[in-house]
Design a protein around this ligand. Sequence first.
Ligand SMILES: Cc1cc2nc3c(=O)[nH]c(=O)nc-3n(C[C@H](O)[C@H](O)[C@H](O)COP(=O)(O)OP(=O)(O)OC[C@H]3O[C@@H](n4cnc5c(N)ncnc54)[C@H](O)[C@@H]3O)c2cc1C
Length: 333
Amino acid sequence: MVKKVAIIGAGINGISCAVQLQNKFKSAVEVVVISEEFSPNTTGDGSAGLWGPYLMGKTPNDKIFKWSKSMHDFLKEIWLSDKAGEAGVCLIPCIRVTLEDGNIWEDIVYGCQHLNQKQLDSLNEGRARKFTRGHFFTTFTSEPLKFIPFLTKTFLENGGKFVKRRIQNLNEFSHSSEFDIIVNCTGLGSKTIVGDTKMHAIRGQVARVKANWLYCAFIDEADDGNYIIPNTESVVLGGTHQIDDFNTSIYPEDSEFIFKGCKELLPGLKHVPTLFQWAGLRPGRNDVRLEPEILSNGKIIIHNYGHGGCGVTVAWGCAEDVVKIVQTQFSKL
Ligand SMILES: Cc1cc2nc3c(=O)[nH]c(=O)nc-3n(C[C@H](O)[C@H](O)[C@H](O)COP(=O)(O)OP(=O)(O)OC[C@H]3O[C@@H](n4cnc5c(N)ncnc54)[C@H](O)[C@@H]3O)c2cc1C
């Protein structure tokens, strides 16, 4: 008999789970995505989709490594296929100035080199706050405004269904026999629908500008740092991370910080047109919640939320774990 899985949430994590469930179970499973919002109105849509672990709380490093490596491998596969342009997957050089020595990502990206003193001196010329360490490497962007629709198209072509609906509480599904398994990918929405008090917003404001001459990303990891990330048709200038701030309107002081800081880093940005500004709420949590919950009546809910500042980076790897849990639970049904 065909089994039915409902995925709640149509952000990058929900859509990744939906596609992977179809890939694994083919016509043996019917997948329905139920969500209040769809692309282009999810958190990932506003992000640049740069691959890189960031703001993941205390999520164990081995998990972050596994999940993010899986996404990197997936992006490599797309980049080497005829789908790269449609999916918005680019391979770009990056400079990431860091606060701490040692990281889990330098063995995943390509050609990672530590910046030497001469390179740091050159970056620091004329700067009040000096960079003390950093890396140069090449990695992927999967521009969510293209990447989520690309995955969505795959999902719908494979027979997937969308339902637009706001869920008040996940208990709405606990006595329904419509679905065998529910996968909760609601990001920050889990604060409300499962009452997870560990969830918090990490507000991020960015600006998108037109600068088609820019082909290199620059990321300053410091709290008062800026970043510049090219996408295919625009460049994302950032950024902020304000804990527990739920306001998605544009703050003029953040705009000033973003434009001033990025223009100091790259004076060529002084004359570029601004396309729009945007503020989104990263689904922050002490650690990512990816686990099954078996309700007293036997109903299975798989939680997959709280991916903080790198939900795009880890989505594919997390979806792989969700598929494994679904497989285990199906074998018990
Ligand atoms: C400024 C900024 C820059 C970023 N840059 C990057 C980056 O470069 N690289 C990177 O990897 N990550 C980046 N991120 C982080 C990334 O965007 C998020 O971690 C990721 O988008 C989270 O995806 P998600 O699918 O878990 O949640 P979301 O995208 O928030 O999706 C949640 C889904 O659940 C639905 N939902 C919620 N509540 C309910 C409900 N009650 N009923 C029904 N549906 C509901 C929503 O409508 C939505 O469809 C950035 C974030 C911000 C804000």
